[in-house]
Design a binder for this molecule. Structure first.
Ligand SMILES: [Zn+2]
Length: 117
């Protein structure tokens, strides 16, 4: 077998993810590459590996916030999020806010049910 070529993200020609660099730590000593470890790796690489210091093509914060709350995905913004770590981190903050709102809403509903019963 020849040497497998990989792109800058460590994706080999077969399309399978290559092992992440050891400094990520998540996979260290772990024979079983779990789904959680994969998501941790993906979150880390999206958050840090595409610095975009000149902020080329960055949408406004309001646009990222709308994207985090939208029921339909805007492909152009998604593509940018995969290429720009600063925007990805901002987007994740908005997405986290939305998730907390959902959880708070659900716990209020559960509390209301408990009071009725
Ligand atoms: Zn950006």
């Amino acid at each position: 077998m020849g040497s497998a070529r990989k792109d800058k993200n460590g994706v080999g020609e077969t399309g399978k993810l290559a092992a992440p660099p050891r400094e990520y730590g998540t996979y260290d000593g772990c024979e079983d590459r779990t789904r959680d470890a994969f998501w941790a790796y993906l979150k880390h690489t999206l958050s840090h590996d595409h610095p975009n210091p000149e902020r080329i093509g960055c949408p406004r914060h309001e646009t990222l916030k709308r994207h985090a709350r939208a029921s339909r995905v805007d492909g152009r913004i998604n593509k940018h999020l995969f290429q720009c770590s600063p925007c990805y981190r901002i987007y994740r903050g908005f997405a986290r806010e939305r998730m907390l709102e959902f959880l708070a809403r659900d716990s209020v509903k559960e509390g209301a049910k408990a009071n009725v019963e």
